[in-house]
Design a protein around this ligand. Structure first.
Ligand code: Z57
Length: 813
């Protein structure tokens, strides 16, 4: 039911310095787009139509800051940053854009006047899931922070037709179905058919007048799509440029007319394959030709685009590093080193030495993992056949490096007929960074030990961060409003303002308000769990949350074992004063990762069993909603009491979910791994549940080949857990379902689940005890929030600007 809106009904908003439209103006804008962009009548419009019209109205408001940033960057000749990443895990864009432009309330009012509910429209938007997990989400936070801090920045990636698969559970097992976000038009992107480049593959390299020339055997066209990303209060914007694959040959009309439709469509299908799907592996390389081609496709298109833009502004390519910084998000775009050299030498006549110097001064490389199995390597055979010219360049980079430095035999980009992409990225970058303090030290000691000795100034640390706009203001309005009222709104731009919240931890009245905000979030989540899963949970129970990709090193299995032990103990003494808990799990496994899929199955079987037990029904529930994604994270994180960060020490490079949960007032139970170390240092050891072996301790403990057996024999609890699983308590229809899993727990416990079990159990009971004293729990939770300002990705970006990119902010103040 539409109602008239008067000019005076535009709500006062907090955003200053931004000319913002009134409710009436936005309402008219939405109706205009409904009619003229969508050709729909307001009376016969679906939720989709309203969402598209609203998105177009908001998008119009993004153009002003986007144009202004673009123009200022051209006019001032400012240095530009290019972030090359195979993943951008963006999630939904509508609400984020509304919040950053200060239009949230205005749009809500405009839609209400048309009888529409903003939250329904927001929920209608599919997640842009062009990433797997932490690495892709970090890239998305960085785009938003660069737009907030004022960095002239482009992200470059692939416009995957199908993002990360959708996860369903069938009989508790993960089933993957394709994700189809582009089945509806994506309102945020602008096709840029004029920005298109030819990318070659295969063929051979030949000498022409003393110069190497690559004659590719195949070519595809990379065609650009741009999405603007506005920063907080719309003062600046960055651009996400995604490449789609198109054929380079003209449509074969003759074949088509002769009835050979398949042959006529073949070139198109082949080119499209490059941007068809996101590889669903996280931390395990794919090793497939198509993946190598995708990596080169994105990287080559990006570098051609960067050089074209550079040459439109500047003349001497020798000055490239003065005006351009290119950051490689992991080794996935590491072919950038040889590709940039090839473009400079083969297409712009630069000599070898200068090309190498220019490329190295321009490139920076971020390492995101220490797991040796996760480091990309390509067989020289594959590299030589897909990218023959690059293989020559790589060989010569390697020979140059060998000549320039006394290298130990373990160093060398090409070894055992494989190209080690980490070593290539290291050697071709002026800076190499890890993503947490511990990780960066371990990078020096392990994967790049020898290269670090040769280049001791190259490795730096840039501890990850998360954007407080999405991960507080958008996802947690209850706490955001309380923060605004208590310490002012400055925290949104400068998260260090949270420090001023610290004294309020002692204030009983504030603690009550803080607890009320958390409880409201928990009630909302409980409602959603009831509606979507039919599970009844108690909002006064402790909400204990582990959300992340499924991986053995992240040890969801440890949490599952502890859940079983807790249930077993609760059943034996239901009246022993237990702290009621809801254990939440969320996350996807790579489709081919058998062990991770078995763990998912077990968690679901355990959930089914426990949730059906009338004895413990008021004490323990296990909730594993399928298809965990960015939007689900936004629902879960504000409602968390306890954050599970329990990876085997030395394995999680940083973690970023750990930061989001701390920021939202959860206490962490965790190991000394990744950024947990910094979280604990900052929030204080008293406000963190620490357990488990240290990274050093893990290495030592592994030397005892009986580490698992000895730990199990020493732990009554763990023995009972394994016994219950082996007996088929959680899989009565197939009692031996988990015999393999239990056998591995005894004999192949690579991630030391058994060795850390008792310590974890004790830390969990300490959490139980504290939760029974809400005053103390809430005081510590408030201190977690107050001391988490460091974990803003704005701080991370300023670190890259100062240490790696040598770029100032384009914003005054
Ligand atoms: C990925 O999400 C991460 C590392 C990888 O090597 C790949 Br491939 C994907 C994650 C790390 O596991 C996290 O610890 C880290 O916080 C995140 O990258 C962002 O740096």
């Amino acid at each position: 039911t539409a109602s008239p809106v008067t000019a005076s009904s535009a709500p006062a908003s907090s955003v200053s310095g931004l000319a913002r439209p009134t409710v009436d103006a936005l309402r008219a804008k939405i109706l205009h787009h409904l009619e003229y962009t969508l050709a729909k009548d307001a009376g016969h419009s679906s939720r989709y139509d309203w969402r598209m019209a609203t998105s177009f109205a908001i998008r119009d408001e993004m153009l002003k800051p986007w144009f202004a940033a673009t123009r200022q960057t051209y006019d001032t000749g400012a240095k530009r940053v290019y972030y090359l990443s195979m993943e951008f895990l963006i999630g939904r864009l509508l609400e984020d854009a509304m919040i950053n432009l200060g239009l949230h309330e205005t749009i809500a009012a405009a839609l209400a006047a048309e009888g529409q509910t903003l939250s329904d429209i927001i929920e209608d938007e599919p997640d842009a899931a062009l990433g797997n997990g932490g690495l892709g989400r970090l890239a998305a936070c960085f785009l938003e922070s660069m737009a907030t801090v004022g960095v002239p920045a482009h992200g470059y990636g692939i416009r995957y037709e199908h993002g990360l698969f959708r996860q369903r559970f069938e009989g508790g097992q993960q089933v993957e179905t394709p994700e189809d976000w582009l089945s509806q038009p994506h309102p945020w992107e602008f096709a840029r058919p004029e920005a298109a480049y030819i990318v070659g593959f295969k063929g051979h390299s030949e000498l022409r007048r003393g110069k190497s020339v690559w004659v590719p055997g195949e070519t595809v066209k990379a065609s650009a799509y741009d999405t603007p990303v506005v920063g907080w209060q719309g003062k600046w914007a960055s651009t996400l440029r995604l490449w789609a694959g198109l054929p380079t040959t003209q449509f074969d009309l003759e074949r088509f007319n002769n009835g050979d439709y398949t042959a006529a469509a073949a070139p198109e299908a082949l080119a499209r394959t490059l941007s068809r799907v996101l590889y669903p592996d996280d931390t395990t390389p794919a090793g497939k030709e198509l993946r190598l081609k995708q990596e080169y496709f994105m990287t080559s298109a990006a570098l051609q685009d960067i050089l074209r833009r550079y040459q439109s502004q500047f003349s001497t390519l020798a000055d490239l590093p003065k005006h351009v910084a290119i950051q490689l998000n992991d080794t996935h775009p590491a072919i950038a080193g040889p590709e940039l050299m090839r473009l400079l030498m083969d297409q712009h006549d630069m000599g070898w030495d200068e090309a190498q110097t220019v490329a190295r001064a321009t490139l920076g490389y971020t390492n995101h993992t220490l797991l040796p199995e996760a480091l990309e390597r390509w067989s020289t055979y594959l590299m030589g056949s897909v990218l023959p010219r690059h293989m020559e360049i790589i060989q010569r980079i390697d020979e140059d490096h060998a000549k320039a430095h006394k290298r130990p035999p373990s160093v060398g980009i090409v070894q055992h007929n494989e190209v080690k992409m980490g070593d290539l990225a290291f050697i071709m970058s002026h800076k190499v960074n890890g993503v947490s303090a511990l990780h960066s030290e371990l990078v020096k000691e392990t994967v790049f030990h020898d290269l670090h000795k040769l280049h001791p100034d190259r490795i730096t640390n840039e501890t990850n961060g998360v954007t407080p706009r999405r991960w507080m203001r958008l996802s947690n309005p209850a706490l955001s409003t309380l923060l605004d009222e208590t310490i002012g709104e400055g925290w949104t731009r400068d998260l260090d303002h949270l420090k001023t919240l610290e004294p309020f931890a002692q204030d009983a009245a504030f603690r009550e308000k803080f607890a009320a905000a958390k409880r409201a979030n928990k009630v909302a989540l409980a409602g959603w769990v009831q509606d979507t899963m039919g599970i009844d949970i108690n909002p006064d129970a402790m909400f204990d949350i582990q959300i992340k990709r499924l991986h053995e090193y992240k040890r969801q299995l440890l949490n599952c074992f502890e859940t079983i032990a807790l249930w077993h103990n609760m059943r034996q003494t239901p009246d022993a004063g237990w702290t009621p808990r809801v254990k939440f799990f969320g996350g996807k496994s790579a489709p081919g990762y058998f062990v991770a899929k078995e763990i998912i199955h077990l968690i679901n079987d355990v959930a089914r069993t426990i949730n059906a037990d009338p004895v413990t029904g008021h004490l323990l529930k296990v909730v594993y909603p399928p298809n965990y994604n960015v939007s689900m994270a936004q629902r879960l994180i504000p409602a968390a009491d306890l954050s599970e960060q329990i990876s085997t020490a030395g394995k999680e490079a940083s973690g970023t979910g750990n930061m989001k949960l701390t920021l939202n007032g959860a206490l962490t139970i965790g190991t000394l791994d990744g950024a947990n170390v910094e979280i604990r240092d900052l929030v204080g050891a008293d406000n963190f549940f620490l357990f488990g072996l240290t990274a050093d301790g893990v290495e030592k403990r592994r030397k005892n080949i009986n580490h698992a057996r000895e730990a199990i024999e020493d732990s009554q609890n763990l023995r009972d857990v394994l016994q219950m699983i082996v007996e088929g308590r959680f899989s009565p229809e197939e009692p031996d379902r988990y015999h393999g899993l239990v056998d591995r727990a005894w004999h192949h416990d690579h991630y030391l689940v058994a060795a850390d079990f008792d310590s974890y159990w004790e830390a969990q009971r300490a959490a139980d005890a504290l939760y029974r004293t809400p005053q103390d729990w809430n005081r510590k939770a408030i201190l977690n929030v107050a001391r988490s300002g460091f974990f803003s990705s704005d701080r991370t970006i300023r670190g890259y600007m100062a240490d790696i990119w040598d770029v100032p902010s384009a914003l005054k103040d």
